[in-house]
Design a protein around this ligand. Structure first.
Ligand code: DGY
Length: 320
């Protein structure tokens, strides 16, 4: 009998169809909405293989309710949506998509730095709404990027790729990480800082840490108050790392100058979220890895894991 493969989102037919030779493929049918959690609870009980996206919360409770589940393939490099400890305890393999989205996500982080610093969304909106009715010397005046200091919190592959991009902008790069990256320090010429020192010194602070118990809420009112009044905070990692109410207060009260986020505590972010009302906040809909080529590579990597499982071969991208 073929293993039941549940795909929790609507993926392109050219990716899904070939799998039908090997598995009993069942798929969430629409692009209009994501699979509700109640439905996930139901389908996980049928699945031997489940192909999830980062919005699917695969908790211990769900894992323990899934009698046939053997492998969870997550269409993301981050895996905070999956209780990996529970999966491991139950002998369930968890896979992700490392490496293939590094450059694409670093590009987006840099885009957000430029966009927030130069007030691109705010000023473009004025043009589009017909409210650009005079030219003023400080109108839409932003912050420079060239020659400024960038602090990267969480120096993994994507952090390094961002550091590399800043060379052409003559930026001074410092970083904070759980452990020192001596090789990368030498290669790119950046240096290590304790978190508070990084926050105090930098013009741009970019977050790349995974969301864990340790990093949850790590940027709150105290940390924001340490930053320069002219500083910009960028989050392309996970929403829960920044305390959103504290960020709202900091932006509204000019504690920091601007912020950009591709990620939110709750996604899709509700349109009445206070942060969305601020002109110095740029919001994106979690598009860090969203280029056609990269999303395809991520899907291919998941397919490789699924096929390795089916063919009883070594699974290269397993987390546990
Ligand atoms: C990831 O891969 O973790 C991104 O956040 C989603 O593409």
């Amino acid at each position: 009998m073929q293993p039941v493969l549940w795909i929790t989102s609507k993926l392109p037919a050219e990716v899904v169809e070939p799998l039908k030779t090997w598995a009993d493929v069942r798929q969430w049918p629409t692009l209009e909405e994501n699979m509700p959690h109640e439905k996930l609870k139901e389908v996980i009980q049928e699945a031997e293989i489940i192909w999830t996206i980062m919005g699917d919360e695969v908790s211990r409770e769900l894992i323990e309710s899934a009698p046939n589940l053997k492998i969870i393939c997550n269409l993301a490099v981050g895996f905070n949506n999956i209780d990996v400890e529970a999966a491991t305890e139950h002998g369930i393999i968890v896979t992700n998509t490392p490496g293939v989205l590094t450059d694409t996500t670093a590009d987006l982080a840099f885009t957000l730095m430029l966009t927030t610093a130069r007030r691109i969304v705010e000023s473009s909106n004025k043009v589009l709404s017909g409210e650009w009715n005079y030219w003023g010397v400080n109108q839409f005046a932003g912050m420079d990027i060239f020659g400024k200091k960038l602090g990267i919190i969480g120096m993994g592959r994507i952090g390094e790729a961002l550091a590399y991009r800043t060379k052409g902008f003559n930026m001074d790069v410092v970083y904070h990480n759980r452990n020192r990256k001596l090789e990368a320090e030498e290669k790119y010429g950046f240096s290590y800082r304790e978190l508070d020192d990084l926050l105090k010194e930098c013009d741009f602070v970019v977050l790349f840490t995974p969301l864990t118990e340790e990093t949850k809420g790590m940027i709150g009112a105290r940390e924001l108050a340490l930053m320069k009044k002219t500083a910009i905070l960028i989050n392309v990692a996970r929403g829960g790392i920044v305390q959103e109410q504290a960020l709202y207060e900091a932006l509204k009260n000019d504690v920091i100058w601007a912020a950009g986020a591709d990620v939110f505590e709750k996604e899709p972010v509700p349109v009445d979220h206070p942060l969305l009302s601020l002109p110095n906040f740029v919001a994106l809909p979690h598009i860090g890895s969203a280029t056609l080529a990269t999303r395809r590579k991520m899907m291919d990597m998941n397919v490789e894991s699924i096929m390795s499982y089916i063919e009883k071969e070594e699974i290269k991208h397993s987390i546990n």
